[in-house]
Design a protein around this ligand. Structure first.
Ligand SMILES: Nc1nc2c(ncn2[C@@H]2O[C@H](COP(=O)(O)OP(=O)(O)OP(=O)(O)O)[C@@H](O)[C@H]2O)c(=O)[nH]1
Ligand SMILES: [Mg+2]
Length: 217
């Protein structure tokens, strides 16, 4: 993947995530969120797509966010901080058939309420499996983000498990899928938490966003 971030952005990104990142808050209820501080970036996507793994890869930690082979691991909004002006939010996944209707309803409500109402939410990374591209279950999330005018960016996960040509094809399809979506950030990033692919770029993307928001201290 060609790299359009500057060496400076890459280095600042490395430094931000070389800090000791910590768990700060978990909540399954929208009326019990941590006080807003600086800007927030949330990780959303289907169950098992690799949201928690990506947070671990970004923060250089093996088990900061809990991961699992079994979908439905993350069941609350989980907040992480590195002590600076940035908070990361790990979210429950959607689209997992084996979860009860009540739980799906509760998680969907929680996810949408958070995404619509969090004033310091600077961007949502919508994670999409590089082997599969968009699924129907992803569309309601994109619709909700477009409707609420919350900036979101597609991040492909598990790029280690997709071959070069296949990855290009999925990338092009995903790009076409967001072309007319008003709140979608046009650039799609490909990552692998397992192999470290695209992680410095994702950090640099976060740095650029923080700079745009005046949140770089
Ligand atoms: N091959 C490969 N597997 C990955 C990668 N990232 C995550 N996985 C695997 O995908 C599975 C799910 O990872 P999680 O990070 O728990 O996924 P999640 O999106 O947080 O899932 P929920 O919390 O259930 O919504 C685990 O078995 C991971 O080992 C990756 O970069 N490459
Ligand atoms: Mg998770």
């Amino acid at each position: 993947m060609h790299n359009e971030f500057t060496p400076d952005e890459i280095e600042v990104g490395r430094l931000i995530f070389a800090r000791p990142w910590e768990f700060i808050w978990a909540s399954g209820r929208i009326d019990n969120l941590p006080p807003m501080h600086g800007i927030e970036i949330a990780f959303a996507g289907r169950s098992n797509v690799g949201k928690s793994s990506l947070i671990n890869a970004l923060t250089n930690q093996k088990a900061l966010a809990r991961t699992s082979d079994t979908p439905g691991r993350t069941q609350e909004l989980i907040f992480f901080s590195g002590g600076g002006p940035l908070t990361l939010t790990d979210m429950p996944g959607y689209g997992f058939a084996k979860v009860s209707k009540e739980k799906v309803g509760a998680w969907t409500q929680l996810i949408h309420a958070y995404l619509r109402g969090r004033a310091n939410l600077a961007r949502v990374f919508v994670l999409i499996d590089a082997r599969h591209g968009f699924k129907d279950v992803d569309q309601p999330l994109l619709d909700a983000l477009d409707k609420a005018a919350v900036s979101y960016q597609i991040v492909l996960t598990k790029a280690d498990a997709q071959t070069g040509k296949g990855l290009v094809e999925v990338m092009e399809k995903v790009q076409a899928g967001i072309a007319r979506r008003p709140a979608a950030f046009p650039q799609v990033l490909a990552t692998s938490s397992a192999k470290g692919i695209g992680i410095p770029d994702l950090r640099a993307q976060i740095v650029r966003l923080m700079a745009e928001k005046g949140a770089l201290s």
